[in-house]
Write a protein that binds this ligand. Structure first.
Ligand code: SF4
Ligand code: SF4
Ligand code: SF4
Length: 264
């Protein structure tokens, strides 16, 4: 959607960490008016609505699912989470998180009460999955296959984590999975197919937040399939609904991933 110059200037004054969210809210608001240009008057009108008593509550959905731009052709894309995001949204709608918040929070609902999920299609993590309640990263586990290795070193150069070395005697690459972030760069780089995709899935991290007491999310070890991620999310919401009182954030009631994954 197009933005007029003065509307765009107003958007640039919004703190960077909420700018994307504000941009989406304004564009949704303008779409409802059947317009395709955002003007300063639209920005000001929405701002006024937000600041009026109970104004923010009217646009609170109870949860937010942020995604990166990997699906739009990003060359770094490892595993796209587009379909996963849609299925996660269905779970949140079914669980009616908004009603849960309305019943539990005594004050007007604000954005900070919302349950936040972020999906990134590669470990570059542009949608910042480390600082939300549930973070998901598209990932590819590299494997070493029978095709002859020419010892060209392209895979070594491609890996920013120094996770690939070459065994010159055996003429084979070696991957240190303790260092590997599953970004797929070495797979894309290898011209012979010696390093190829072994498994595709998602990394999952839980309990991150910003605010007064920020914390990075804790990673659940492993690589998870689409359906396994959905199961983890269902467990997280069950735990959240059971333990959260008066709008406590998921990250404040979760001290270890074992509280969610204990019975796996
Ligand atoms: S997280 Fe990765 S795939 Fe997504 S936009 Fe950023 S670099 Fe591209
Ligand atoms: S997948 Fe990425 S991090 Fe892992 S070895 Fe390959 S290039 Fe390195
Ligand atoms: S694994 Fe592939 S990229 Fe790496 S050295 Fe061998 S042929 Fe080159």
């Amino acid at each position: 959607m197009k933005w007029s110059e003065d509307a765009d200037r107003a958007l640039k004054k919004v703190p960077f960490f909420v700018r994307k969210k504000v941009k989406k809210k304004v564009e949704d608001f303008v779409k409802q008016k059947k317009k395709n240009l955002v003007e300063l008057s639209d920005v000001n009108e929405l701002k006024k609505k937000f600041l009026s008593k109970g104004g923010m509550e009217k646009v609170i959905k109870g949860y937010e699912i942020a995604t990166c731009f990997g699906g739009d052709g990003c060359p770094n894309l490892a595993n796209p989470g587009t379909m996963l995001a849609k299925d996660i949204e269905k779970i949140f709608e079914k669980e009616n998180i908004l009603l849960f918040l309305k019943e539990n929070v005594k004050e007007d609902l604000k954005f900070h009460h919302e349950f936040r999920v972020a999906l990134s299609d590669c470990p570059n993590a542009c949608s910042r999955p480390q600082i939300v309640d549930i973070g998901i990263i598209g990932a590819v586990l590299p494997g070493i296959f029978d095709e002859a290795c020419t010892l060209c070193s392209t895979c070594v150069d491609a890996c920013n984590e120094n996770a690939v070395t070459l065994d010159e005697d055996k003429e084979r690459p070696v991957i240190d999975h303790g260092l590997c972030l599953m970004c797929a760069r070495c797979i894309r780089a290898c011209p012979t197919g010696t390093i190829r995709e072994k498994e595709k899935g998602f990394r999952v991290m839980l309990g991150g937040r910003l605010g007064r007491h920020p914390r990075l999310a804790m990673e659940v070890s492993g690589l998870f399939s689409h359906n396994e991620v959905l199961q983890i999310i269902k467990k997280c919401l069950k735990f959240y609904k059971k333990k959260s009182k008066q709008g406590q954030r998921f990250s404040h009631i979760l001290s270890s991933v074992d509280q969610i994954m204990g019975d796996r």
